[in-house]
Design a protein around this ligand. Structure first.
Ligand SMILES: Nc1nc2c(c(=O)[nH]1)N[C@H]1C(S)=C(S)[C@@H](COP(=O)(O)O)O[C@H]1N2
Ligand SMILES: [Mo]
Length: 513
């Protein structure tokens, strides 16, 4: 004999499962519809992106520190978890009060719909996936409960449990539909993304030949050029934008003589330069991974702006907008002070990958990426900081953010164990715009010893370095510091990335056996 408690537990679980299954079916249908219309309006993505934008800066920094590049996975996972918990509640409620239960699901979808429509650059079409989620989800839940009711019209005390057949068939059919729609959605998305294999021009002004890096001689030192696939990626996006290069354009407007719109072919037909430039993210902690060196192909920013004729007496910022309305600001005077600021269309000999801004992005040596490196760029508006504010400006990051001098120890690894004898301590250092003059290493708080520098690429590029250290057994602390060609030394004053970039020295602990 079951006590009522024991019997109601599996029932509750079953109804919770109905809620979850119905929601998954609804989300899969919505995802498919979104893939066909507006991919970013897929409910989980719409909610996830809004969470990203609303997350306070300290929490965002914490997430980047904790999860690194997996931060987005963790975010989408958390959003999904919360949604499924609420879906389970909807399932349980529906068993008792049908209409209110179904309304919980509709409400969930409604929230996603509202958030999708509120996203920058969205239109009424963005509401469609959420409507589909609501309709399919609620219908599925209603149906599952109908089938379930038929299986066991009355709770039968001591009975042998419900006739499961109908329920199993219905659940199976819905699960199969969810998998099919989800799979189809993925296929449609990858089909719509198409290729990035554009024809690139040969640079009018090519970069000089690239030297062989220290990594060939010393294991563990970061390669002098970062392979495209290993280049760090930082942006606010959950999915990559599907940009069709045929219809893509770049508009220059605002305080200009005349608004100009360029196609990809227009850009590629201009004089192009090839430059080796090291990008750095302001979120990079001292010793962190968000820095990379690549060879960029592009059109000088000044030449692109000259097409429109800029009024520098009025404007003080370039407000760049990407394909979805995300904005990045760049100080106009810095961008035009003669440094190699470019609108890049190529990276390491190929087109820009989607992850790095296909088909075009801005690259400005010496400025952190968040105030310069707008990916998937579609518009540059000449304006003032008073008149308009970019995404991170609204979040209290500084507007003029030069990259700070820094150095990183790549080898040995922190907390690693190495045999006594000659140990190569090595890494990279950067001081974009000025160049690295020297790197020094300190062991156990002793005197600073000069490291040997790797080949010079140019002053906008990082420099590899190494020191052959005569290591004796025991635990040791190793620190590094860089000095630029103006004689400025990397400071030991610790600062967090917010609001203008981290500073301080990296000091690691290693064991010599
Ligand atoms: N459209 C767009 N461009 C963007 C960002 C973004 O979120 N959206 N992130 C910026 C930041 S913070 C950095 S550090 C660089 C990183 O470029 P990468 O991902 O190619 O390394 O891109 C910048 N450009
Ligand atoms: Mo960044």
């Amino acid at each position: 004999m079951h006590s009522p408690d024991q019997r109601s537990r599996p029932r509750t679980l079953r109804h919770a499962a109905y809620g979850v299954l119905a929601t998954v079916v609804g989300l899969a249908a919505a995802h498919l519809v979104a893939a066909l219309t507006v991919p970013a309006a897929s409910p989980v993505l719409a909610v996830g992106s809004t969470v990203i934008d609303l997350t306070p800066t300290p929490l965002k920094e914490w997430a980047i520190r904790q999860f690194g590049s997996a931060d987005k996975l963790v975010l989408v996972g958390s959003v999904t978890l919360v949604v499924l918990l609420l879906a389970a509640v909807a399932g349980i409620v529906t068993a008792r009060w049908e209409t209110p239960g179904l309304l919980v699901l509709v409400g969930l979808a409604g929230v996603a719909g509202v958030l999708a429509v509120l996203r920058p650059g969205s239109g009424p079409l963005d509401l469609v996936p959420a409507l589909v989620a609501a309709a399919v989800g609620a219908t599925s839940l209603w149906w599952l409960h109908r089938v379930d009711d038929r299986g066991h019209p009355e709770p039968s005390p001591g009975g042998d449990g419900p006739t499961r057949r109908g329920v199993v068939l219905a659940s199976g059919a819905l699960a199969a539909a969810a998998v099919a729609m989800g799979g189809l959605g993925r296929w449609v998305t990858s089909y719509r993304l198409g290729g990035t294999d554009v024809a690139l021009p040969v640079a009018t002004d090519p970069a000089s030949s690239f030297p062989t890096g220290l990594e060939e001689r010393y294991d563990g030192i970061t390669p002098l050029r970062t392979p495209t696939g290993d280049f760090y990626r930082v942006d606010t996006r959950l999915t990559l934008p599907a940009v069709d290069v045929e219809s893509w354009t770049l508009t220059i407007d605002g305080d200009v003589d005349q608004e100009v719109t360029l196609t990809f072919d227009d850009l590629a037909a201009m004089d192009t330069v090839e430059r080796d430039i090291t990008l750095t993210c302001v979120s990079n902690e001292v010793g962190g991974p968000y820095v990379g060196g690549a060879r960029w192909l592009g059109v000088p920013l000044a030449a692109v702006l000259a097409r429109a004729g800029i009024d520098a007496t009025k404007a003080d910022q370039i407000l760049s907008t990407d394909v979805d309305g995300m904005t990045i600001s760049t100080p106009l005077d810095v961008a035009l002070d003669g440094r190699d600021a470019i609108i890049a269309i190529g990276m390491n000999g190929g087109p820009l990958p989607r992850t790095h801004g296909f088909p075009a992005r801005m690259v400005v040596p010496g400025l952190y990426g968040f105030v310069s490196a707008c990916k998937w760029i579609t518009r540059m508006t000449l304006t003032t900081y008073d008149a308009e504010q970019a995404y991170w400006t609204e979040r209290d990051w500084v507007v003029d953010a030069p990259i700070k001098i820094s150095s990183r120890i790549d080898t040995p690894k922190p907390l690693s164990e190495t045999d006594a004898g000659t140990v190569v301590v090595g890494g990279i250092a950067w001081a974009q715009g000025v160049g690295i003059d020297k790197v020094e290493v300190r062991v156990d708080g002793g005197p600073w010893q000069p490291a040997k520098l790797g080949p010079q690429v140019n002053d906008d590029y990082w420099r590899q370095w190494y020191l052959e250290w005569d290591a004796e057994p025991g635990r040791h602390l190793i620190a590094s510091r860089a000095t630029n060609k103006d004689g400025d030394v990397q400071t030991d004053v610790r600062m967090r990335p917010f609001p203008e970039g981290s500073s301080g020295l990296q000091e690691i602990s290693v064991l010599i056996a």
